[in-house]
Design a protein around this ligand. Structure first.
Ligand code: FE2
Length: 206
């Protein structure tokens, strides 16, 4: 896993700014990357990755989430985009661990307030399937398929351990927006509306 993470990092990070470059340069590069790679379909969902990211961030902002969680919502699926081995993985029955790859990738620029909800948004799904009656029925077909590859619902013990973690609440909030952010009819602001949020949430932000 760590080898795959490193390879992904070096591949996807080619041409990306270092962590000590200006916040505006980093935010611009991240949004440009999302634009360049996110136009594709989101697995078997009805919206593109870019639409999904924008909808998720818009829902977070409308809910009054703090900046770090809005940034996490926007970037939570970046692990699908920066890993060349991600495409077709689920269809081939492989869990490409996009949440871990994404959090590792983002950790170059962001601290745990952004990376932890990204890393845990799959665990949050596994938690909700165990803890909340009716949640499973809200999952899209693709999400049900990936759930099986991701280990299925948590056991009661696993759910308890997850909930005790410091970022569980943020990860659960992100998960609910994630589920709702697959709506072909939803209106969103332009991506660049979120540039300032990204700048403010960088580890090096003043
Ligand atoms: Fe997502």
């Amino acid at each position: 896993m760590s080898n795959a993470g490193e390879r992904t990092h070096s591949h996807a990070a080619a041409g990306m700014p270092d962590e000590d470059e200006s916040p505006s340069a980093i935010a611009d590069a991240l949004l440009s990357q999302l634009e360049a790679l996110g136009g594709s379909r989101y697995g078997g969902e009805a919206v593109s990755q870019l639409d999904h990211a924008l909808q998720c961030a818009t829902l977070a902002r409308s809910a009054g989430a703090e900046d770090a969680l809005i940034a996490a919502a926007l970037l939570h699926d970046i692990g699908h985009l920066v890993n060349p081995k991600d495409e077709g993985a689920a269809a081939a029955g492989i869990d490409a661990a996009h949440e871990t790859i994404g959090a590792t990738y983002l950790s170059r620029w962001f601290g745990p307030a952004v990376t932890a909800p990204v890393a845990q948004h799959v665990a949050a799904k596994r938690y909700l399937c165990q803890a909340e009656p009716g949640y499973f029925q809200t999952l899209s077909e693709e999400s049900v398929r990936s759930l099986a590859l991701q280990g299925g619902p948590f056991t009661a013990e696993e759910a308890e351990a997850f909930l005790a973690g410091p970022h569980a609440k943020a990860a659960l909030a992100l998960r609910r927006w994630d589920e709702a952010a697959k709506d072909p009819a939803m209106e969103t602001p332009p991506l660049r509306d979120f540039e300032a949020v990204i700048e403010r949430t960088l580890r090096t932000a003043p």
